[in-house]
Design a binder for this molecule. Structure first.
Ligand SMILES: [Mg+2]
Length: 436
């Protein structure tokens, strides 16, 4: 048995893909938070800017503009250090609401040119190339049109680097080849030659700890990493992930391990007295909060939510929504309500028999994009996490005092600023009503 078939058989994984083909386009926005601020505030344009979680020198930059990067200020640089190397540095407090807003505007623009397959983070997306799009010329054309579209319709300070390659891993790697405003096509045959200048930890999937382990095994460069066998990689990684990496590096497509949790969901057949649309909505929200609380307990985020209903005439309707990863009640409730309104508006039915909710595109909290959430020493809490904290507090209260002791009530749709928001709590008087 070859290693390849062994891997498929034993780990339920699938290796596929013509590694000579271009299958993925990966887009990474350059200095995203800083670019959004420069777009919104003309006084910051062409200036060294650092985005900070709080206005103090004792914090670190969570993003830096290209002008600041030229001085050596990076994500994770402490501000007191940054000011030493770049005295004219302008610090701007992160405004996560704007970054999320721009994220959606940018996604809508990209979607005009090619459907988005995966939202990897707030500033990175991956798109699958199909049919004639796999031709290099065609793929480059799409990439250039996205760039022009973003410049013209989103803002000239919003720039991106695009990588095109046989698999998602190499496409992301290709997006790192040229910054800012890059466009690079990477074929499997170009590996390791074209990426040999990268550090091991520049590759997705190799963090500082793994880099250390590789170094201890005598592997110091990309070339050396490329030369070792899948078996050797597995040994260093200590699991099948190492073997997977060997294939990824060669442009193969590898499906996720199937045993990994993919979704969290709940469905419920409604008692007749709960079937009117307005009442059924309460059940839907209850199911959602239950799924959300499970999501948090398992320490996952999701970036996709689907909702389906079955009407009294047994017609099944459904919708789904993709968003930047979340695990807080507020965001998930907003997304579910959006779908609910679409499904129930202009429909001829009056009653709902069954509701199903599924959260998917799950991401383990420990696998999160390190740039946004941590530097080497400490965690940075972004503004958006207040809702997570609040949701967790609610989970704790509910665990302690019983289900539905506390829940989220009518939130205003348009919230001006996260900090100014007041959260409404509503006690649900009859908790048995929702008891399953
Ligand atoms: Mg980026």
């Amino acid at each position: 048995m070859t290693l390849e078939t062994q891997l498929i058989r034993t780990k339920h994984e699938q290796i596929s893909g013509d590694d000579m083909e271009l299958n993925w386009l990966y887009l990474d926005l350059n200095s995203y938070f800083a670019s959004v601020e420069q777009q919104l505030q003309p006084k910051l344009q062409s200036k060294p800017v650092a985005i900070v979680p709080t206005m103090t020198d004792a914090t670190c930059a969570i993003a830096a503009s290209y002008e600041a990067k030229a001085y050596g200020v990076k994500t994770g640089t402490m501000i007191y250090e940054a000011k030493k190397i770049c005295p004219e540095l302008i610090c701007v407090q992160a405004n996560h609401e704007n970054y999320v807003k721009y994220h959606h505007i940018i996604l809508a623009e990209i979607d005009k040119h090619i459907p988005i397959e995966i939202i990897s983070s707030i500033d990175e997306v991956a798109c699958k190339l199909i049919g004639s799009q796999k031709n290099e010329k065609e793929a480059r054309k799409i990439a250039n049109n996205i760039k022009i579209g973003i410049q013209n319709n989103v803002g000239q300070y919003i720039r991106c680097s695009i990588g095109i390659a046989p698999n998602r891993f190499l496409a992301k790697t290709a997006s790192n080849l040229e910054k800012p405003n890059g466009l690079q096509v990477l074929y499997s045959k170009d590996i390791p030659e074209r990426i040999k200048h990268f550090k091991l930890s520049d590759l997705t999937g190799i963090g500082k700890a793994m880099e250390y382990r590789l170094n201890k095994s005598g592997i110091l460069s990309i070339q050396e990493l490329y030369n070792i066998s899948p078996k050797h990689m597995r040994k260093i990684w200590g699991n099948v992930q190492g073997e997977k990496f060997w294939y990824m590096l060669r442009g193969k497509e590898i499906a996720d391990i199937k045993t990994k949790r993919k979704t969290i969901g709940h469905s419920h057949v409604l008692e007749p007295k709960w079937r009117l649309i307005e009442l059924a909505k309460k059940v839907m929200l209850r199911l959602l909060l239950k799924a959300a609380s499970r999501l948090r307990r398992m320490e996952y985020y999701c970036s996709c939510l689907s909702l389906s209903i079955r009407t009294e005439k047994n017609i099944r309707l459904g919708g789904k929504s993709k968003f930047y990863r979340a695990c807080d009640n507020k965001k998930l409730q907003e997304e579910a309500t959006k779908i609910w309104n679409q499904l129930t508006k202009k429909q001829k039915f009056k009653q709902i028999k069954k509701i199903s909710i599924t959260l998917y595109n799950l991401k383990k909290k420990s696998d999160l994009h390190p740039e946004l959430f941590q530097d080497s020493n400490k965690k940075i809490t972004l503004n958006i996490n207040r809702f997570e904290t609040l949701s967790k507090t609610m989970d704790n209260i509910n665990t302690r005092f019983g289900r539905d002791s506390i829940t989220l009530g009518g939130l205003p749709n348009k919230i001006k600023s996260f900090s100014g928001t007041r959260i409404a709590f509503t006690r649900i008087p009859d908790k048995q009503e929702f008891y399953e």
